[in-house]
Ligand binder design. Structure first.
Ligand SMILES: [Zn+2]
Length: 455
């Protein structure tokens, strides 16, 4: 994903970002030109560039989400690649990995190339399709992994997310197959028989509410099996949305043993607990479910000590009719792109566990590395692609519908007070979002047509 072609075009707005604070605490001006970071230093002169006053703002490399559901093709009433890209830009993201549970599923070269092209024409972020592990995510036979890897979409991450690849032989074969092109299997770890009809975390509260429980062991047993399979075949495993203290223990053990495993946690599992289920508000229904206070504490510690490598949103848009109903009938999932940085700020920065350099690592550098995206996750340095998020850590806002930029509004944070706000996002040197306002699709699409988006 080279952006070397950028220099050939003159469609960029030159920008001078004045007085931003880098993740390590250094204050600097940042000049963007021709899609790259052209100059760093203090007292830079505008020389014709648009000036953005970044006093008090933290400059982060553009955020990279390894796990989002953009719903297109097939579920455009929930989200489209365009609307999901706008939600991403609102949240400071410059790249989004699009999960494979579309209709048709992203299980062939043709479908992943279609999603890639939709992302290119939207132009807000790099949309990198994830390939399905099995045909139709049905868990019966391997999809065309090699064809997706060698397609124009250059797929490296494969996942049946939404479903677990529960058949151990299929999982073994998938892990073996992707070694040829340094791919990774991103597993949704959920033992299906142990979680049939599950409605919330299994524990005292599920007993009290009379809801069928989703036991921690259903996640932990699959992770334990998969890390041993990855070790056995010498392949790379990524664990999606880790949600329990026991899972953190299993992954910590696997890493100490030298197994090639990475793991993600969602913002909501770092902040919210199962107690929210008491109100039967389906905005809090998600899979894996919200867990106990002890699980949340263990996830925070696991992220801080590096057992959990990254934060990924699991952005899962649903229309109102799928959420404004009885708890049992409601769909699982929450939108998360627009709120991610503020929620992570509240959960692990405000609590002193992580600093902004850690945030750069877990929300930009490492997800880009796991997913094999060379043009993303680079440090803010002269010559790096101009992928940036400017974040105001001192802001406080009551999160509302106006903060959402996608099609669906199933956010668990509506009417909650959250710290911080993303003030601007730059993708390929172009401001995709300024002062909370996502740039118009027409402007962005015109910009995207003027650049070579995939080398
Ligand atoms: Zn999942």
């Amino acid at each position: 994903m080279s952006i070397d072609g950028l220099q050939q075009h003159d469609v960029h707005e030159p920008w001078l970002i004045r007085g931003a604070t880098l993740p390590d605490g250094t204050r600097t001006d940042i000049r963007l030109a021709a899609g790259r970071i052209a100059e760093l230093g203090t007292g830079l002169s505008p020389s014709g560039a648009r000036v953005l006053d970044a006093d008090g703002l933290i400059a982060l490399p553009g955020l990279v989400d390894l796990h989002a559901h953009l719903r297109e093709p097939g579920y455009e009433h929930s989200e489209t690649v365009l609307s999901g890209s706008r939600a991403a830009a609102r949240g400071g993201f410059t790249s989004v990995f699009a999960m494979a549970n579309t209709l048709p599923a992203q299980d062939t070269a043709g479908v992943v190339e279609q999603v890639l092209a939709l992302g290119e024409s939207a132009g807000y972020v790099d949309v990198q399709p994830i390939g399905a592990v099995t045909v139709g995510l049905a868990g019966k036979q391997l999809a065309e992994l090699g064809a997706m890897a060698s397609s124009r979409a250059r797929v490296r991450v494969f996942s049946d997310d939404g479903f677990c690849v529960s058949d151990p032989l299929l999982m073994r074969r998938a892990l073996e197959y992707v070694k040829a092109f340094d791919g990774v299997i991103a597993q949704h770890s959920q033992e299906p028989r142990l979680t049939e009809k599950a409605q919330m975390n299994e524990g005292a509260l599920s007993g009290e509410l009379g809801l069928i429980g989703w036991p921690a062991v259903a996640e932990e047993s699959i992770i334990a099996r998969d890390v041993l399979l990855a070790e056995h075949v010498g392949s790379r495993l990524h664990v999606c949305h880790v949600s329990t203290a026991g899972s953190v223990d299993v992954i910590r053990w696997a890493k100490a043993r030298g197994i090639n495993v990475t793991a993600e946690v969602t913002p909501h599992h770092l902040l919210l607990t199962e107690d929210l289920v008491r109100g039967y508000d389906a905005r809090f229904k998600v899979n894996p479910p919200l867990r106990s206070r002890e699980d949340v504490e263990a996830l925070r510690v696991g992220l801080a000590d590096g057992t959990i490598d990254i934060v990924a949103t699991d952005h899962a848009p649903h229309p109102a009719e799928s959420k404004d109903c009885e708890w049992d009938a409601a769909a699982n999932g929450m939108v998360g792109l627009e709120s991610a940085l503020s929620v992570v700020h509240a959960a692990v920065v405000a609590t002193g566990l992580l600093d902004w350099a850690d945030i750069e690592r877990v929300l930009s550098r490492t997800p880009a590395r796991i997913g094999g995206l060379a043009g993303q996750g680079n440090p803010i340095a002269v010559g790096s692609p101009a992928e940036l998020a400017l974040y105001d850590p001192a802001a406080t806002r009551v999160f509302g519908r106006a903060d959402l930029a996608g099609t669906s509004s199933n956010s668990p944070y509506l009417s909650m007070t959250l710290p911080g706000d993303v003030r601007a996002t730059f993708h390929r040197g172009y401001a995709t979002m300024l002062d909370g306002a996502v740039r118009s699709s027409l402007e962005i699409a015109g910009h995207a047509r003027g650049v070579v988006t995939h080398g």
